[in-house]
Ligand binder design. Structure first.
Ligand SMILES: *Cc1c(COP(=O)(O)O)cnc(C)c1O
Length: 462
């Protein structure tokens, strides 16, 4: 017998709890799955079923569940000083220590940190910083930020505007002014007839075209995720980011790397831009900085930007009650210590990342899988109706069938958390995952792909 009354939790849930990104009518009909416990790479629901958490919660539980050191650090700090603000010429030791630590871990051009409580707030902060930067330099008309379709930069007004999710823009009058989008570097979708290398340069050229269209005197910055996460683990060709970097330098616009997913080892480097060969002026972080144990986010600021804001800018009229929250910063320090003590970033680069790449690619032989690729510890596979020797000739499913959701259902029902973005199935397991657990995870995925295939055959969809 479970200690939880699942039915009653579900009833209260649908009566009172409005979930993020959720269609409540259909959720109420089914009842939410109630998650109650986590340990390592596994979570348990209220009925006692164990699931392999292939998504690290929501791309954040990088150190894995059940890390007592993180809990202890937050607990000790809460007893010592649970909160104090950093507004009125005050500070606190964990915030200072974390800022110093983050600057040490970041690429050499970074010197300062601004704290928020989430990635969305980090990106809001970045918009204000970037516009303030150009204003202080006497070029207030440089306010346009170029982003990409299908990017995800959060859910506040500014975060959702920077993001390129059409569903989000369709609600609430977004994007806000002076944010424009170019196409994403998605080889499967846009790369027909080109090598990946050629396509990477081609996709980067869309940035140059947009800068010229808007007028360089109006453009403030470009923002991108090193690997797009929520958009479906879109891994750009190796030629893409160095070319983006070159274009930003050529036109003197700021480069922003949204590291909310890729930061803290996800791609096998401390920050994703290092893996991709870019040298940003600003970086957003959140999720993995605390492994999700407590909300914390922020902005890493380069010397170049900090210099202008600090030396010439006077007061920057921006901040949050919880900027530099002592308990959140203490949790982050404990989390980063785990990543370092267990050498998890190097392990992703040299051991688990390459092993996942090798084993995940084997799923490409499955009759439903058109493409299976990975980068560090993010991976994705595309479900296709009919495979073809040339990737771009694969026959796709009718999107209205929501085949990805069918597949996700089989995964979830059989103990594997794998997310569906359209017909692309994605994973981002905790960085503490072992080779044996990768084998276990891929066994589950293959088994669930077989179940999905049989299901689709019985529906007459393949
Ligand atoms: C999750 C995410 C955000 C938003 O972070 P929140 O903490 O949910 O506000 C921003 N950017 C990227 C790349 C993300 O994945």
């Amino acid at each position: 017998m479970s200690q939880y009354d699942t039915r009653s939790i579900q009833q209260d849930d649908s009566a009172h709890y409005m979930h993020p990104f959720t269609d409540h009518k259909s959720l109420s009909a089914r009842g939410a799955r109630v998650m109650v416990k986590g340990e390592g790479v596994y979570i348990w629901d209220s009925e006692g079923q164990r699931l392999f958490d292939g998504m690290s919660g929501l791309w954040c539980v990088n150190a894995g569940y059940g890390r007592k050191e993180i809990a202890d650090a937050a607990y000790a700090q809460m007893l010592q000083l649970p909160f104090y603000n950093s507004f009125f010429q005050t500070t606190n030791p964990p915030a200072v220590a974390l800022a110093k630590k983050l600057v040490e871990l970041a690429p050499p051009q970074f010197s300062h940190v601004f704290f928020t409580s989430s990635g969305s707030e980090g990106n809001d902060t970045i918009i204000r910083m970037v516009r303030r930067y150009w204003d202080v330099l006497g070029q207030p008309q440089k306010s346009v930020i170029i982003s990409r379709h299908n990017a995800y930069h959060g859910s506040t007004m500014a975060g959702a505007s920077l993001g390129g999710m059409s569903g989000m823009h369709a609600q609430g009058g977004l994007p806000i002014p002076d944010i424009v989008h170019i196409e994403q570097p998605h080889y499967f979708e846009h790369g027909r007839g080109m090598t990946e290398e050629q396509f990477g340069l081609h996709a980067a050229s869309w940035l140059e075209a947009k800068i010229l269209e808007v007028g360089v005197e109006r453009v403030a910055a470009f923002i991108g995720e090193p690997v797009q996460g929520a958009g479906g683990v879109i891994i750009p060709p190796a030629s893409y980011w160095p070319e983006i970097q070159r274009i930003c330098e050529k036109y003197g616009i700021l480069l922003i790397s949204d590291e909310v997913i890729c930061g803290f080892g996800r791609l096998g480097t401390w920050f994703g831009c290092e893996k991709m060969g870019a040298k940003p002026d600003l970086m957003t972080f959140a999720k993995g900085v605390t492994s999700g144990y407590i909300p914390l986010g922020g902005v890493l600021v380069s010397q170049k930007v900090a210099q202008v804001l600090i030396e010439q800018g006077g007061e920057f009229n921006h901040g949050f009650t919880y900027s530099g929250h002592p308990a959140a910063c203490a949790a982050a320090l404990a989390n980063l210590k785990i990543l370092q003590d267990e050498d998890l970033v190097r392990r992703v680069a040299e051991d688990t990342g390459p092993y996942l790449a090798q084993e995940f690619a084997k799923l490409g032989d499955h009759p439903l899988v058109g493409l299976a690729n990975s980068c560090g510890l993010v991976a994705g596979l595309n479900l296709v109706k009919k495979k073809a020797p040339v990737l771009h000739d694969c026959e796709l499913f009718d999107p209205a069938l929501e085949v990805g959701m069918v597949c996700r259902g089989h995964m979830f029902g059989n103990g594997m958390i794998m997310r569906a973005v359209g017909d692309r199935m994605i994973i981002a397991p905790p960085l503490c995952v072992t080779r044996a657990q990768i084998d276990e995870m891929l066994g589950l995925i293959r088994d669930c792909l077989d179940k999905t295939h049989a299901d689709l055959q019985s529906r007459g969809w393949v």
